[in-house]
Design a protein around this ligand. Structure first.
Ligand SMILES: [Zn+2]
Length: 387
């Protein structure tokens, strides 16, 4: 079976034209990819979102009974709302400067276009190691959409032995990044006229106590898990927003704050959460409840992207360096889905076309030669998978 052969640029035109902003559906794009693959004789499987308005797509080229190497990317893009663009963000524009302008060109439909443009080549080969396509949604809102697909690995979908996450790295090999984990804390005390403060429970006071404990935890982070791949070479913890009280003459009944940990591999973020909960139970709630039995402190994890790090001796590191023609790996400060694949037992790496500096910005662009480089990389991947 021989389906239509497109250049990566032609495919990128098509992919960019689907407005897959994270808060919208990606199903039209998924249907396009499904149909394209089918025309090349490749069956794919959707993993639908719980609401059914979005889906992941998983496909295998080559033997179906062994774990292969996945080309992984997200189909969603960040909003253009509030940004000033020189042209329609969802119409690919080729600049005189050999740059391809459009939302998602860099992050990361360029990689998806290259992976899809390589399908006819992969189909022609007698692959010994299968090449999987693993396309997700809702990456830009906390790496959420890839999780239901990963949950199917080893069940309805084969688990890729290796995974290349094609986020923009300028085709360099990224083997480590920090993981952003966020919590929302809500302290509820008892409101009272401020002249009768002894009968109220001041939520801001107890929030401050919790923040004091977080400050002590933060002070320990530079020594608890170090990793010289990062700047700074340890996890950080910050209270990033706070909101409390009603009026200057009322004992505040609620105080909400959020904090963010930029985790490094090896740091147990759950231990931070447990320590704060224990502190609340021992050093805040008994005192609060002596006056107001209804007092509560809720600590909820709002975002949980694991940090990513793969051992320098891993097969995926050696393979990706060879395919990319590079001799060293890099650590980066932005997060990807790689840690989720890694935690599921698939050795992961990050390598893809485009510079992260252009991601998420107005007039987002991808240099044309990045597509060429990525196609060379994917062709060498085909050679390897055939050998
Ligand atoms: Zn991305």
């Amino acid at each position: 079976m021989s389906g239509p052969v497109y250049t990566p640029e032609e495919l990128l035109v098509r992919l960019v034209a689907f407005d897959t902003t994270s808060y919208k559906s990606n199903l039209e794009l998924i249907a396009f990819v499904e149909d394209y693959l089918l025309q090349h004789g490749v069956l794919s499987a959707r993993v639908a979102s719980p609401e059914g308005d979005k889906a992941c797509l998983f496909a295998t080229i080559g033997p179906q009974d062994v774990g292969g190497i996945a080309l992984s990317g997200h189909t969603d893009v960040v909003p253009v709302d509030g940004q000033i663009w020189d042209s329609d963000p969802f119409t690919l524009r080729i600049g005189d400067d050999d740059r391809l302008y459009g939302r998602g060109t860099c992050d990361m439909k360029g990689f998806l276009a290259c992976a899809l443009a390589s399908v006819p080549d992969y189909k022609r080969r007698r692959l010994k190691t299968p090449i999987h396509l693993a396309f997700s949604y809702d990456e830009e809102v906390g790496c959420l959409g890839v999780r239901p697909m990963i949950a199917e690995f080893g069940r309805t979908l084969p688990k890729p032995r290796l995974t290349i996450v094609g986020e923009p790295t300028s085709m360099q090999v990224v083997d480590a990044h920090k993981g952003p984990v966020r919590w929302l804390v809500e302290v509820t005390g008892r409101a009272m006229h401020s002249s009768m403060a002894h009968l109220g429970v001041n939520a801001i006071t107890y929030a401050m106590r919790l923040i004091g404990e977080l400050e002590r935890i933060e002070a320990e982070l530079p020594v608890s898990a170090r990793n010289d791949r990062f700047e700074p070479p340890y996890a950080t913890l910050q209270v990033t927003r706070i909101d409390g009280g009603t009026a200057t003459n009322i004992v505040p009944v609620t105080c909400r704050f959020g904090f963010d940990v930029r985790s490094v591999p090896g740091l147990d973020v759950s231990a931070i959460e447990r320590r704060l909960i224990t502190f609340a139970e021992e050093n805040c709630l008994p005192e609060m409840r002596r006056i107001a039995p209804e007092a509560t402190i809720s600590i909820v994890r709002a975002n949980n992207v694991p940090p990513f790090g793969v051992s320098a001796e891993s097969e995926i590191v050696a393979l990706t360096l060879k395919l990319a023609g590079q001799n060293k790996t890099h650590g980066v400060s932005y997060a990807t889905e790689a840690g989720l694949f890694q935690d599921a037992g698939s050795q992961a790496i990050v390598c893809g076309p485009g510079d992260i500096a252009q991601a998420h910005a107005a007039n987002e662009w991808l240099a044309r030669d990045q597509l060429t480089k990525c196609m060379g990389f994917l062709k060498r991947l085909g050679d390897w998978a055939e050998s």
